[in-house]
Design a protein around this ligand. Structure first.
Ligand code: 2P0
Length: 354
């Protein structure tokens, strides 16, 4: 057996996250620095997650990556930046049993193979870049023995995709926009872990699995360039809303949490409409879901469910507990029978599943 036959691997799994105070707009496109803070909930890792295995071997002659079994190009700036940032922080790795010894100076000469899988259909129109880059950065850091705090790793994942920095933590997570021009303080911090409020139930109604027409990256660039509402939102609205949301999460105040979540989703889509040319992410079914939820909440007097929509028509619905979630599912199935274009998926925070 040749001395060059060894291979070393690491595997990681990262869930996606759903923003309740949204990130929309960059102040630095290359470093992916946002114009406001954002807050998200990380989903249970058994749903909507990416699993990535990274391997290193002296036999590999170039970096290569496969997504769901199909080779994809690593030549994009975002992949290159993540790889470079991790390599520059690589440590020594020793496997005495197998006689493998990699000094930190060796990592620049070694190539990696990356195999990544999403446990949900990529075509389902659900965000995959957040889980994907979080998982890539975390698995590479493990392989290369990078001894950085999770916050530092989040700043690297951020350079792959902004929302990815928030998937490095479970529970409720804040992405602090930071002040620094290098992005060193634009990092994710955990506000509360996944046990803090684990009776919340998140239901994702897949309204359409069509690929969105305007990518988030392009959409937010156009909003920054043309929307006066976005400027007002990022300077006047979000700073206060972040404080209120932190308080609602800390005290598990579902009414406030739901009001803030819905208001923020609606303002984000208002910004999209305020962009020139306007961007439409929601469709008629999305609007019908909002009307229905608003009616239900108004009828009960206090919010029973929160809704939020990202850069697409799919609804993310949050119920305070399993009883309300069951009622919600029942009603959704009545108003939007699965024979139409709405497909229901349920996701639960914590271990249980309905
Ligand atoms: C969010 N979205 O906070 C917001 C809400 C979509 C709507 O983060 O250019 O894929 O890679 O930084 O992270 C989607 O944007 O964009 C997103 P890039 P990303 O979750």
């Amino acid at each position: 057996e040749s001395k060059k036959d060894w291979i070393l691997m690491a595997t990681a799994r990262s869930p996606t996250n759903i923003a309740v105070v949204k990130y929309w707009g960059k102040r630095d496109e290359a470093l992916i620095l946002p114009i406001n803070d954002s807050i998200s909930v990380t989903l249970d890792p058994s749903h909507l997650c990416t699993t990535t295995t990274v391997a290193v071997s002296p036999k590999f002659d170039r970096d290569q990556m496969w997504l769901n079994g199909k080779e994809i190009s690593l030549s994009g700036g975002r992949y290159q930046r993540c790889l470079r940032e991790i390599r520059s922080r690589a440590g020594d790795v020793e496997d005495e049993e197998r006689g493998i010894c990699i000094g930190k100076e060796d990592w620049g000469k070694l190539h990696v193979h990356i195999a990544s899988y999403n446990n949900f259909p990529t075509a389902a129109g659900l965000a995959s870049s957040a889980a994907g880059f979080a998982c890539l950065v975390y698995s590479l850091a493990k392989l290369m023995n990078v001894r950085e705090e999770q916050g530092k790793l989040s700043a690297i994942a951020r350079q792959g995709s902004g929302s990815a920095c928030r998937s490095l933590f479970g529970g409720f997570v804040k992405w602090e926009m930071g002040k620094d021009s290098t992005g060193s303080d634009s990092i994710a911090v955990q506000l509360a872990d996944e046990k803090h409020w684990n009776d919340l139930v998140i239901i994702i109604a897949v309204v359409s699995s069509r690929q969105k027409e305007t990518s988030s990256t392009t959409g937010m660039r156009e909003s920054v360039e043309t929307s006066p509402l976005l400027h007002y939102r990022s300077t006047e609205v979000v700073p206060k809303r972040i404080l209120q949301m932190e308080e609602a999460i800390r005290t598990r105040d579902f009414s406030s949490f739901a009001r803030l979540t819905c208001a923020d989703s609606n303002q984000f889509h208002a910004v999209c409409l305020d962009t020139s040319p306007p961007i439409f992410y929601m469709n008629d079914t999305s609007h019908r879901i909002i009307s229905y939820m608003e009616k239900w909440n108004r009828f009960e007097g206090t919010p029973q469910v929160a809704y939020t929509f990202d850069a697409g028509p799919n609804a993310v619905l949050i119920a305070p507990n399993r009883n309300v979630a069951a009622l919600l599912l029942q009603r959704l199935l009545f108003y939007f029978p699965p024979s139409t274009d709405t497909e229901l998926k349920s996701f639960v925070l914590g271990d249980q599943s309905i």
